[in-house]
Design a protein around this ligand. Structure first.
Ligand code: SF4
Length: 427
């Protein structure tokens, strides 16, 4: 979502005639787009701002903008710690970015971190990095309160975009040659809960959105991130199974295998229900790949809790897992939990989980060897190879050259934990 915000910032600036510069020293405006989800971003922001200060001293006409949800969370603190920043702009105030830059030129530092609800940020122009693949926001904000998560504090309650607006954007993208879209929302399953259908008491549902996007001519692949296991419903599984363009991949965040920790995290499902869902998804969608997020070292996590996470990981047989060491985010409930797990313990558990998942990922990927699968070329890969993606979201290295966006049938010749290798059978 943060990367898509960057595309919109670039789109807004380009709409005003700005072009991107190679180096900050050549720029008239430098924008740092921040994300508050992990602790590291805080440190990096102030480091980057420190590097920009001499440029600003040399060239007072340089405008420095800090955008994104960290800007929203830290508000006045940024201009206090780095008074050379000209503009602080929150995620939903981006439509006013140009005006803020102009006001900063006339009147000095500006800040707008208010929550605007009338303009959905996706309505802004975006400079997309890829010509064949695009992100499309379907909702922003989240109504859940997971105790580790800063998102509801910085992105506010869920606001869904009208179904017709999402479909219109996808149609426009398809007309420009996009063949793959990824629908974005903090919790896509609850899409539409805050909307009404004119003349009806029904609310649009995520499954209906998937079916509508599936029908857009020219769109060959539809992906979405992220669903919350609690709100995952049968109609979404049915839509995934029946819609030809909807890819056989689901990112299904587990976070912990321990029911006690899930309760502490305020995640409303339990591990048995989670595994049951996985089984239903796999039964309905043959060959589906499943990836997940897992947090290690959540406050209060005991060795037995962690052993449960290992057990569930073994049973779930994820294709890949994004594993995180817990980092407290000020303002969240978990940050003030008295029972923080010591860093060396977290590190050691993290390495054990990583080793287990590496083995499982390798086993899952080995199942592909000898099979012929469809890929879309993404661009240049390592060592002169081409990087491509299967419908199941596996990275495939291919020898030779093929333009990004090419659809090809490839035969998989070998596998590793994080990628496959293959050769083109037909393109
Ligand atoms: S559902 Fe996702 S975005 Fe919402 S609070 Fe939980 S972790 Fe954060």
């Amino acid at each position: 979502m943060n990367e898509h915000d960057s595309e919109r910032i670039a789109g807004v600036l380009e709409g005003e005639g700005y072009a991107s510069a190679e180096r900050a020293s050549d720029a008239e405006v430098v924008v740092l787009n921040t994300c508050a989800v992990r602790e590291n971003a805080d440190n990096r922001l102030y480091g980057e701002l420190g590097h920009l200060k001499p440029l600003k001293d040399e060239n007072p006409r340089l405008r420095i903008v800090v955008a994104g949800c960290l800007a929203q969370k830290d508000r006045g603190r940024i201009q206090e710690r780095a008074p050379w920043v000209d503009v602080v702009v929150g995620t939903s105030a981006l439509p006013g970015l140009i005006e803020l830059i102009r006001s900063a030129e006339r009147e000095g530092p500006q800040m707008d971190v208010r929550e605007y609800t009338e303009v959905f940020p996706s309505a802004l122009p975006a400079r997309r990095r890829s010509r064949h693949s695009a992100w499309v926001s379907v909702s922003v904000g989240c109504d859940n309160r997971c105790t580790f998560c800063i998102v509801p504090l910085v992105r506010g309650p869920q606001r869904s975009r009208r179904l017709g607006d999402v479909v219109a954007e996808v149609q426009g993208l398809a007309e420009r040659g996009v063949i793959e879209v990824t629908l974005l929302g903090q919790n896509v399953n609850t899409y539409g809960r805050d909307l009404t259908v004119p003349g009806s008491s029904r609310k649009p549902r995520f499954a209906a959105l998937l079916r509508a996007v599936n029908q857009v001519e020219g769109i060959r692949r539809v992906r979405f991130i992220s669903p919350h296991p609690h709100d995952f419903t049968d109609d979404v599984v049915a839509a995934m199974a029946e819609c030809e363009a909807v890819c056989e991949h689901i990112h299904f965040p587990l976070q912990s295998g321990s029911d006690r920790v899930l309760r502490l995290m305020r995640r409303s499902y339990r591990s048995a229900r989670y595994l049951d869902w996985l089984e239903r998804i796999r039964r309905a969608i043959p060959g589906v790949s499943v990836t997940t997020d897992i947090i290690v070292g959540f406050p209060g996590e005991s060795e037995e809790d962690f052993a449960q996470t290992l057990r569930v990981t073994e049973q779930a047989r994820f294709d890949a897992a994004f594993t995180f060491q817990y980092s407290p985010r000020p303002g969240t409930a978990a940050a003030s939990h008295p029972d923080q797990v010591p860093k060396p313990v977290v590190q050691q558990r993290f390495e054990r989980l990583l080793a287990l998942q590496e083995r499982i990922s390798l086993e899952r990927n080995a199942e592909y060897v000898g099979r012929t699968v469809e890929v879309v070329v993404e661009g240049e890969g390592r060592k002169g190879n081409v990087a491509a993606r299967t419908r199941t979201n596996k990275l495939v290295h291919l020898p030779g050259r093929l333009p990004p966006g090419t659809l090809a049938q490839v035969r998989i010749t070998s596998s590793a934990p994080h990628h496959l290798s293959g050769r083109v059978v037909a393109a």
